[in-house]
Design a binder for this molecule. Structure first.
Ligand code: ADP
Ligand code: MG
Length: 420
């Protein structure tokens, strides 16, 4: 009954090697869709190896690092992979048999329940918290095995057995610490690559758009001026006047699109920031869109009766809100509604724009904010891109929840300031 260091090192290597190999070799992004399946396979094989090379302590009592791949598979592969690795473990352990089987099963069941409950939270935590949670979790879980073993199997706790168990728990913790670090830095790298690619696209679009849009705007301004002059003439009848008004409206629409383009290339640092009265501005944005809502047969309401102030640029803020409300109106069902709500939550101003319209699929939600992404016939796919940019400039955060054919809710949060 001894715990050799070479056995332990072999076990550690078996767990960590596939993760390191993956980082070193597989840098392609094709894997993305099958990623959970891939990790499921990797961790199942790793677990199999751990079990095959388990260190035999006593008759029927084995020590190995199988809990590490089991944990990683469950967390990073998903619940399906979790069920798979757990089942695999149970089956293998059953055939190995021995005294340690029952305590191992009990611990595994407890652990699975905990992960099942906390997995979704875990994925949102930052790295430090993840590491802390995983290590604590595994220390508790791996100490439970010998504890249950001692109680259930009625084996006396000798000093050497105690030392072995402490060594076993420590090795588990160290290996998991390394593994989670590796997995997290891999994930961070993936996210960074995605972010960079997105930003690059945005920058190119912004620059090209800004230069083209600027050139178009000048002739448009003079055309608009002449049409206005013309519509003031006494020699035209009411019909012709209406047609000229249509011209003006369409020109304004084109101008609004160009504004979106131009604001992509803007440098937010050069703009004037001031304290904005959100209730006032939101009410004004809703007012400007009331006629648009009426044309579309949509009922628009606003619920804003709080003193909410944030730092930002007046025009940019309105542009953002108008974009969101417009999308709501365009999505809403006939006789549907768009609700705008402003409220204070802790030290934050919460703005919700909600509609009962067509909603989005998860796939569509992924594409939100990408340049030219639009599902509308006359859409530009620029509105949300500008909107998200403005939210970022104002240090805000946003999230969207949407269900197909049920509706969409955009929620935005800004740090509030005092109005002096
Ligand atoms: P556009 O409105 O010109 O299509 P946007 O950037 O404003 O461009 O929006 C991009 C796409 O996001 C829309 O085409 C639509 O598919 C989706 N979308 C945005 N807001 C909503 C909403 N409230 N409900 C459903 N889909 C929406
Ligand atoms: Mg839009």
């Amino acid at each position: 009954m001894e715990l050799h260091s070479d056995h332990i090192l072999l076990q550690m290597l078996m767990v960590l090697f596939p993760i390191i190999l993956h980082q070193a070799l597989l840098n392609n992004r094709k894997l993305e869709e099958k990623e959970s399946f891939y990790w499921g396979m990797v961790f199942t094989v790793t677990m199999g190896l751990c079990l095959a090379f388990a260190i035999k302590i006593d008759d029927g009592v084995f020590l190995d690092l199988r809990m590490v791949p089991w944990f990683l598979g469950f967390i990073y592969g998903g619940k399906a992979v979790g069920i798979f690795v757990t089942t695999f473990y149970v089956v293998v352990r059953f055939f190995v048999g021995g005294d340690g089987m029952i305590p191992a099963f009990i611990v595994l069941l407890l652990g699975s329940l905990v992960i099942w409950r906390f997995r979704s939270y875990y994925l949102k935590w930052e790295r430090k918290k993840k590491i802390l949670f995983s290590i604590l979790f595994l220390i508790i879980l791996s100490s439970l095995i010998p504890v249950f073993g001692t109680i259930l199997l009625d084996k006396s706790l000798t000093t050497s057995r105690l030392f072995i168990n402490i060594g076993f728990v420590t090795t588990n913790a160290i290996t998991l610490w390394l593994a989670v670090h590796l997995m997290e830095s891999y994930q961070e790298k993936q996210d960074l690559v995605k972010e960079i690619q997105k930003n690059e696209k945005l920058q190119v679009v912004g620059q090209v758009a800004a230069s083209v849009a600027h050139e178009i705007r000048n002739p448009m301004t003079s055309v608009r001026g002449f049409i206005q002059l013309l519509s003031a003439s006494k020699n035209i009848n009411i019909n012709e006047k209406n047609q000229l008004q249509l011209c003006l409206d369409e020109l304004d629409r084109a101008n609004a699109i160009i504004s979106d383009y131009l604001s992509l290339g803007k440098n937010p640092e050069l703009e004037q920031h001031a304290v904005l009265d959100i209730t006032k501005l939101a009410t004004r944005s809703v007012d400007t869109l009331t006629s648009y809502a009426t044309i579309n047969g949509v009922n628009i309401t606003i619920d804003a009766c709080v003193n909410a102030y944030v730092m930002g640029n007046n025009g940019r803020f309105q542009q953002m809100l108008v974009n969101l409300i417009k999308n709501g109106i365009e999505a809403a069902r006939p006789n549907g509604y768009v609700k705008v709500k402003v409220s204070m939550i802790d030290q934050q101003v919460e703005i919700i724009v909600e509609d009962d319209g067509v909603g989005m699929t998860p796939q569509q939600m992924e594409n939100i904010g990408l340049p030219y992404y639009s599902t509308k016939e006359k859409g530009t796919g620029l509105g949300l891109m500008v909107t998200l940019q403005i939210i970022k400039e104002m240090n805000g955060i946003w999230n969207v929840s949407s269900q197909q054919n049920k509706g969409t809710a955009f929620k935005i949060y800004f740090p509030s300031v005092k109005n002096e």
